[in-house]
Design a protein around this ligand. Structure first.
Ligand SMILES: [Zn+2]
Ligand SMILES: [Zn+2]
Length: 338
């Protein structure tokens, strides 16, 4: 099923023609729970990985144990909760004693779990160029020429000042993978259960974005601010930057001012590649695809909630933006939490 973002309530370029040259195309990925295979674009699905290529690891966490969660236990608990809510009467979840045990084993604060040696990275997402919106596919591919597959992995432990998982990007040509790895290694422990993506299939769709209010120049920001003041900050929430997982577009600066960003390796300019979001839309719902209205309107509780299909939470429900160097696809990506 496609996903369709409703038309924006106002054509903001009629009000502010100076925004026109600032328009950028973003690709909303619209992840939804499913059973992706290595040949599919996905979040939380298996990656198409050459059998003979070493699986990437993070060397920064010496064992012999870590406080955290076991990926398979998190998966079991999610499965039990999804099934439990599906048969719930009204808003009351009823679990059998064995099911309760599965959920309780995961708990809330984690426990000591053995993990020795470098931590295998977790597969987070992959995107085939062919799954980008058809008519514009070529122009929208964000990677190097000759590659047609973007793979995203991360270390499921907190890194850096923002305390977020550290991302690794891999660009490849799918046809050159050859015999594929069937069972990738997995960490025995992850720091937070919300760092384990649930398997989702993608429904890429293009939308047009304009800079977040904090990224407009001062004079224009002031005029936009005056315009949107009596309109419940319509520009900020409904007209500028789309929520949810996406490729490209603008950064969704919200709680801190934009700062000059540069490539960690060469100091060169960077551009937004991928946004990983805790939710696909917010309470304002302007960005909720029309195809998701019915499930949201249905009575009872759906688990996971329709707006949180990937189970990933960044910080307290924020976003993680991954920027890449404009000079080299091989340089370390820059990660920002917003
Ligand atoms: Zn790490
Ligand atoms: Zn660079």
């Amino acid at each position: 099923m496609h996903r369709t973002t409703p038309p924006r309530p106002v054509d903001i370029t009629q009000e502010f023609p100076e925004l026109l040259p600032l328009a950028r195309t973003a690709i909303r990925l619209h992840p939804r729970p499913g059973e992706p295979v290595a040949g599919d674009s996905s979040v939380g699905g298996p990656l198409l990985w050459p059998r003979d290529e070493p699986w990437p690891t993070c060397p920064e966490h010496a064992g012999p144990w870590h406080l955290g969660f076991v990926p398979d236990e998190v998966r079991d608990s999610r499965r039990v909760l999804t099934a439990g809510w599906a048969r719930a009467v009204g808003n009351r979840l009823i679990l059998t004693p064995p099911e309760r045990e599965v959920v309780d084993r995961v708990g809330h604060s984690g426990r000591r779990i053995p993990q020795n040696g470098p931590v295998p990275l977790l597969a987070v997402a992959q995107l085939y160029a062919r799954d980008l919106p058809a008519a514009e596919g070529e122009g929208l591919w964000p990677g190097p020429q000759g590659a047609d597959l973007l793979q995203v992995l991360w270390c499921p432990f907190e890194h850096g000042d923002d305390c977020i998982p550290q991302v690794r990007l891999v660009w490849r040509k799918a046809a050159e993978v050859g015999p594929a790895l069937s069972t990738p290694p997995e960490p025995s422990v992850i720091e937070d259960e919300s760092y384990l993506p649930g398997p989702c299939v993608l429904h890429p769709e293009t939308v047009t974005e304009y800079p977040a209010p904090l990224e407009l120049d001062e004079e224009l920001a002031e005029r936009v601010g005056t315009w949107e003041e009596p309109r419940d900050h319509l520009y900020h929430y409904a007209l500028s930057v789309a929520p949810g997982w996406k490729i490209g577009g603008w950064g969704n600066w919200s709680f801190c001012d934009p700062w000059p960003m540069e490539c960690p390796d060469c100091g060169g300019p960077v551009r937004p590649l991928l946004t990983i979001d805790s939710a696909e839309w917010d309470n304002e719902q302007s960005w909720r695809p029309v195809e998701d209205e019915a499930v949201c309107a249905a009575p009872g509780v759906v688990h996971p909630q329709p707006q949180e299909p990937t189970r990933i939470t960044i910080g307290r429900g924020y976003t993680m933006q991954v920027y890449i160097c404009e000079r080299s696809f091989g340089h370390t990506p820059l990660q920002v939490m917003q």
